[in-house]
Write a protein that binds this ligand. Structure first.
Ligand code: NAD
Ligand code: MLT
Length: 316
């Protein structure tokens, strides 16, 4: 079978309707939409499909890839391919595609929302109003104006966060081992070695992939070098900020607040961070906008149609 023989595709997560529509109308592909399949159901059905499209809920494990005896491609409507065993897919000759740009703006906007929320404890204050209180003293905040935000990871999302936070007249500094300082200077981010970042920041936000080198990027040692009361944001991947170290830093007052969209385990069974009064936590909502979902759904469908029609290939 060649790649142009992709005739049947399974969509196993909730995706924008445009995805199936493009596959059917432009690619002549038969599409089954089954969001919320259990792992066992996926294992028993995957053998009938040439392609599988997922968001982040479906775990495309080696078991799934092996059971998919006619599988030729896995499409991830989103950025990170952490839920796909890419190594096993490659060994089995299965192409993995993603849509790395489709949700960058949404993730950046959510990050900025968390920075603002942390500066004024907006969700906590709203919650106290709902509880019938009028607690003006408790929710004294601080301005973003003139403060420094450190951005670790200056790729697609890090850049968009920087540009937006500059409109609050924040000083934007950062670190990225790949993107040259001359490039980030063009969008207003001065780079420093990591060791020089910590002590300068009032806020630190992480926008890297989760790699061995980024796991625990913000850990006990990093927190100890930060300004007391530093606020941290993670809208990238759970584990880039060491969760146990974050809890310790919150308890000691070294960290003054955290905005978390992502967790090591999702949903998190360990509740200490989620329940901490200085933590604003969200259920992985970075890409959850109509615009991002439409873009990612359309892009992944278009990429598959292009593949079927022997046009350009986009891989993860
Ligand atoms: P990107 O690839 O454009 O940028 C990531 C940057 O991190 C790169 O420039 C890379 O050089 C840099 N980097 C790698 N190792 C580093 C290190 N040790 N220190 C500092 N920088 C390092 O990725 P992106 O599209 O901007 O996505 C960033 C993260 O956001 C990814 O983890 C992605 O999965 C995640 N994401 C989350 C959501 C969400 O729903 N919360 C949505 C989209 C993306
Ligand atoms: C991503 O990697 O694109 C994000 O985590 C968002 C998602 O698809 O849920």
């Amino acid at each position: 079978m060649s790649l142009s023989d992709i005739r049947r595709v399974l969509i196993s997560d909730s995706l924008a309707p445009a995805c199936a529509q493009i596959l059917r109308t432009q690619g002549g592909i038969e599409v089954t939409e089954s969001p919320g399949l259990t792992h066992q159901q996926l294992l028993s059905q995957i053998q009938d499909y040439d392609g599988l499209i997922v968001r982040s809920a479906t775990k495309v494990t080696a078991e799934v890839l092996t059971a998919g005896s006619r599988l030729k491609l896995v499409g991830r409507a989103g950025t990170g391919v952490d839920n796909v065993d890419v190594e096993c897919a490659t060994k089995n000759g299965i192409i993995v595609m993603n849509t790395p740009t489709g949700n960058s703006i949404s993730a950046a906007e959510l990050t900025c929302g968390l920075v603002l929320s942390l500066s004024r404890q907006i969700p906590q204050a709203a919650e106290s109003m709902r509880a019938g209180k009028w607690d003006r003293k408790k929710f004294m905040g601080s301005e973003l104006y003139g403060k420094t935000i450190g951005i670790l990871g200056l790729g697609r999302i890090g850049k968009e966060v920087a540009i937006r936070m500059q409109s609050f007249q924040m000083r934007t500094i950062g670190y990225d081992p790949i993107i040259p300082a001359e490039v980030t200077a063009q969008f207003g981010v001065q780079q420093f070695p990591l060791e020089e970042i910590w002590e300068q920041c009032d806020y630190i936000t992480v926008h890297t992939p989760l790699l061995p080198s980024t796991t625990g990027l913000i850990n006990d040692a990093a927190f100890s070098k930060c300004k007391q009361g530093v606020k941290v944001i993670n809208c990238a991947r759970g584990g880039i900020i060491d969760e146990a170290a974050l809890l310790r830093a919150l308890q000691s007052g070294q960290c003054g607040g955290a905005g978390l969209d992502v967790f090591i385990e999702e949903p998190p069974r360990e509740r200490a961070l989620v329940e901490h009064p200085l933590v604003i936590s969200l259920p992985h909502l970075g890409a959850s906008t109509e615009e991002a979902q439409n873009r990612c759904g359309e892009e992944i469908a278009q990429q598959i149609v292009d593949l079927v029609k022997d046009r350009a290939l986009v891989g993860a």
